[in-house]
Design a protein around this ligand. Sequence first.
Ligand code: URA
Ligand code: SF4
Length: 190
Amino acid sequence: MFNSWESLKNNCINCTKCDLCKTRTNLVFGYGNENAEVMFIGEGPGEQEDLQGKPFVGRSGKLLDSMLSEIGLNREKNIYIANIVKCRPPKNRDPLPIEQELCIDWLRNQFKLLSPKIVVAVGRIASMKIIDENIKITRDHGTFYKKKGIWFMPTIHPAAILRNMNQKPSVEQDFQKLKNKILEICSNTY
Ligand code: URA
Ligand code: SF4
């Protein structure tokens, strides 16, 4: 258990718990307001994230930022963003179950320090890992799940939207639902 972001970050940054440490350029710990009420969780760093050491800074990240801004969210101001695995899987393959399992304690500690009211799982991998392994992302995105008093919502990954832009309007609906949930239960976000 860590009692500050500083100590958690300092412990995480040199992690060698799984083999992804061998191929990373930078570990991507997370980014955003450490007091945010809303947490976004992706699956893992891609090429740009690995190079810059920050989550969602490539093409997917640009799209995410634009959809966030449409509902008044901003990574500098009122959300926190992290990933299931903190180091880039080679060639952007899906993180292996064992890598996810070895890494997720870092995320659990981030979750404990943040204590968010709402968690958005970005994409299939994150949704299955943190909400329910039976989630079908095309069917269940935009649905809210309440677990231990905290609201979880799966949404489609921006990389998937970039592959098929027809999906964008329905993902924008997810974000509108998110905005409504924030207005309903959050006090410090807007
Ligand atoms: N995709 C993710 O899931 N996370 C990132 O940080 C970047 C791309
Ligand atoms: Fe450690 Fe996670 Fe990186 Fe593996 S992916 S080395 S568990 S921080």
